[in-house]
Ligand binder design. Sequence first.
Ligand code: 4NP
Length: 148
Amino acid sequence: MKILMVCLGNICRSPLAEGIMKSKAPGNFFIDSAGTISMHEGKHPDKRAIQTAALHGIDISQQMSRPINKADFENFDKIYCMDVDVLADVVSKARNEDQRKKVSLFLEVLGDYQNAEVPDPYWGNMKEFEEVFQLLDRGFEAILKQII
Ligand code: 4NP
């Protein structure tokens, strides 16, 4: 199972998601993350994301931001988006129905559409980053139950 996590900048939410998933996923899973913008390309995650992950014993400091690309739609089985804007952007890049079907809103799996977005913590503080971590953790647990 190959899973791609996508947010806007690939420096806050999706790197945390990648770190959490890599720490919990079975060995046959391949996990990666990307952003819809290339503004932070080549940069390591936001310091607050690195710190939040570290508080949970997860090291994401060596990850590097990259924008989503055409090959991702071929290479991954599932592409999970952090919010509706990211979802719209990623869906618009899919080139056929098969590719579109791989794309969904990550937190839909929790069954509460109103809260289906992982809020952007970029303008927030460590409290917001911790809340994002908890949401991602719950979401991935639910996805694992669904897949396995
Ligand atoms: P992310 O957060 O999408 O969770 O990585 C953001 C990162 C950068 C910006 C916004 C959100 N930005 O405006 O540069």
